[in-house]
Write a protein that binds this ligand. Structure first.
Ligand code: CMC
Length: 428
């Protein structure tokens, strides 16, 4: 499509190029707007209406509740694929052949040893440290232990950097749990596949045999797939923005981990379970909490509800809700909070406040209940999200560098003091 949008300003008219994406998303190109208008900028706090890049990785339609990685619907990937295959798909753009998948698995295992010196950094943390803070620090520290310069334009270099990070990140993530629990660290076992390995590193005790429940491994695999990418969300935009200064991959991902930590983003999965527990302890009156969430004078928000982009059911939440029912049932876990979550969802979806604002359960509403059924501590939930999101972050970082994107540097409208003269301290 080649059409133009017109903008009238001070009796002059500016023509702006329009374009369209693969799925018919239309846009106006504002990149030359400031020079065309002699200094006028677009102001859009929170980037509610601003596309920061063109991307071939993930498509989502928030009105229709559609999510696709590289063109494949999330429902099909969650049902038929596995996390390692999805990582390959995100990174390379195509589903792997059996040989390519085996080689990819081998490459991740080849690079999954973390320098023993990293454990000294880990041991300096108090066991009360939040695992996301620890994970962000250790991820950044990896740069020091892998100092070889990486050419972002070289597919070989980027492949090596990606598999190195994927292998080591799972180890570091598992160590944040071991640290919190005061348990000895575990190391990767090359006989296991990626998700089994990660699970074993988190939970295996040195003095006990360890058995893995396939129900748990399958559900974990599915959760990781559902979190693997979500286009230009807060943490991914952070990763791209930091990387746009040509900062290295590991440091950019570390910044992404910090962004994900926030309760309005990935930290919501921890906040949801804490909220459900509070409602339970308070007697389980969900309507009272729905009313609190609607009250403008109350800071409380219904955690796990609402989304910047989805104005319909988050397709990931639908899959996770069904999985939560099945997994808890198969494991014979009765979690009263699941019943409260369902009641809360029903009450909110029937309430005009939530209907009018198109607020639906998001990916974080039910995921924490599954993690808890697996014995994963609440503080670790966002770490689980980070392990899932890692391939998305890496793919987006690589795409940004390969597309030669300019350094990210928004403008502002200054609302501070006009010019004034310095006053000497004795005259203030
Ligand atoms: N509970 C009560 N009211 C809400 C909620 C909520 N969870 N979410 C949005 N609203 C209201 C909000 O007060 C506003 O009302 P009004 O128009 O009267 O001022 C309206 O809905 C629009 O909200 P907004 O804050 O302008 O929307 P946003 O796009 O800036 O924020 C959000 C999106 C996800 C930060 C927000 O919905 C929220 O805080 N949700 C709870 C936290 C959460 O679950 N986060 C996880 C998001 S999904 C996973 C991820 O990104 O990692």
């Amino acid at each position: 499509m080649s059409s133009k949008a017109k903008f009238s300003y001070n009796s002059s008219e500016v023509e702006l190029e329009m374009g369209v994406g693969t799925m018919d998303e239309k846009y106006v190109d504002f990149s030359q707007f400031r020079s065309q208008t002699n200094g006028v900028i677009s102001l859009d706090p929170g980037y509610k209406n601003t596309g920061s890049c063109e991307s071939e990785i993930t498509f989502l339609d928030g009105e229709k509740g559609i999510l696709m990685y590289r063109g494949y619907p999330i429902e099909q990937l969650a049902e038929k694929s596995n996390f390692v295959e999805v990582m390959y798909l995100l990174l390379k753009g195509e589903l792997p052949t059996a040989d390519q998948l085996a080689a990819f698995n081998d490459d991740i295992k080849e690079y999954d040893m973390v320098s023993e010196d990293v454990t000294k950094i880990l041991s300096a943390f108090p066991s009360s440290a939040h695992p996301m803070g620890v994970l962000s620090t250790l991820t950044s520290a990896l740069t020091a232990f892998n100092p070889k310069a990486v050419n972002a334009k070289s597919p070989e270099d980027m492949h090596r950097a990606a598999v190195t990070l994927i292998g080591k990140f799972a180890v570091l993530a598992s160590w944040t749990l071991r640290k919190m629990k005061g348990l000895p660290l575990n190391y990767p076992d090359s006989k296991l596949d990626f998700v089994e390995n990660f699970y074993q590193m988190m939970f295996k005790r040195p003095n006990r045999d360890f058995e893995m429940d396939p129900i748990v491994i399958n559900a974990l695999d599915k959760l990781l797939i559902l979190h693997a990418d979500h286009e230009q969300n807060c943490s991914t935009s952070t990763v791209r923005l930091v990387g746009s200064a040509h900062t290295g991959l590991f440091a950019s991902i570390s910044a992404g981990v910090s962004a994900l930590w926030g309760p309005l983003h990935g930290g919501a999965n921890q906040a949801v379970v804490e909220m459900l527990d509070k409602i339970k302890e308070d007697g389980g009156d969900v309507q009272k909490w729905v009313n609190k969430a609607k009250d403008r004078n109350d800071e409380f928000r219904l955690m796990g509800f609402g989304h910047r982009v989805y104005k319909n059911f988050d397709p990931r939440a639908k899959i996770i809700k069904t999985a939560a029912d099945q997994v808890l049932d198969k494991l014979g876990v009765h979690d009263e909070s699941l019943e409260i979550a369902k009641k809360l969802e029903r009450a909110a979806l029937e309430d005009d406040y939530f209907v009018e604002r198109k607020l639906y359960p998001n990916v974080d509403f039910y995921s924490g209940l599954i993690y808890r059924a697996f014995g994963i501590p609440t503080e670790m939930f966002t770490v689980m999200f980070a392990v899932g999101r890692l391939p998305g972050w890496i793919s987006q970082w690589i795409e940004m560098r390969q597309n030669n994107e300019p350094i990210g540097r928004p403008r502002q409208i200054y609302t501070g003091h006009p010019k004034r003269d310095f006053v000497d301290i004795s005259d203030r």
